[in-house]
Design a protein around this ligand. Structure first.
Ligand code: SAM
Length: 203
């Protein structure tokens, strides 16, 4: 996994193309960060949304052809003082969320997803599975944590790996799919690729 610690650019669109195609569809990239969805291939009808104002500003400068929206939403890791409710004005054919709900509690995720569902035809979101020990160990390696929680993680339907700075949520695949009324999918990307570490829930 050498190089992965600094590797923050990866083709998010290619990850989701394992499960759907985007041509001709309006796309909401929820938790877009630095716009990895459009960084490798342009897309006609794309909106990126994030709770980090500086990130949204950078994206607007680097990709003036796309629309980026900021809202001051809460996230323990990324925006702990945020208190604005998500309020989507437009409809989208597809919403993608790569590695966003991995950093929310189940209750937070459920409430946000309910709102996304009102405006988005389909939602593709990624999560960490409690069956995937390699990904857990990769998280530990990435953040210099001792990988000593796997027994706990793998025996719970939902487990929060929480430090004073970070939160990662691990789910039992079937439990999550049932709770959110979706279908879970494995990824075909190799384990040592960022995109090989998270499974996808299609709602
Ligand atoms: C691990 S990064 C992943 C970014 C991007 N999806 C990618 O794969 O390159 C998580 C991003 O989600 C954003 N985020 C977290 N919670 C959010 C929320 N409730 N609403 C919108 N964005 C959120 C963070 O600010 C951060 O930019």
């Amino acid at each position: 996994m050498s190089g992965l610690k600094n590797y923050l650019e990866y083709d998010v669109r290619a990850y989701f193309e394992q499960f759907t195609q985007f041509e001709g569809k309006s796309v909401l990239d929820f938790g877009c960060h630095r716009a990895n969805f459009v960084r490798f291939k342009p897309h006609g009808n794309y909106v990126g949304m994030d709770i980090k104002q500086d990130t949204i500003n950078k994206n607007k400068f680097e990709f003036p052809q796309y629309k980026f929206e900021y809202y001051n939403g809460y996230n323990y890791m990324y925006n702990p003082t945020g208190d604005e409710e998500l309020n989507l004005k437009n409809h989208y054919d597809v919403c993608v969320a790569y590695s966003v709900f991995t950093h929310h509690t189940f209750e937070e995720a459920r409430d946000i997803i309910k709102k996304l569902k009102e405006k988005c035809g389909e939602i593709y979101l990624t999560y960490f599975s409690n069956k995937d020990k390699f990904s857990y160990e990769a998280v530990c390696w990435f953040r210099d944590l001792q990988p000593n929680m796997w027994e706990e993680i793998s025996s719970h339907e939902v487990f929060y790996l929480k430090t004073n700075k970070w939160l990662w949520t691990f789910y039992d695949d079937d439990w999550l799919a049932e709770k959110l009324n979706g279908k879970w999918k494995t990824t075909s990307f190799p384990k040592n690729d960022v995109r090989g570490m998270q499974r996808c829930l299609v709602i």
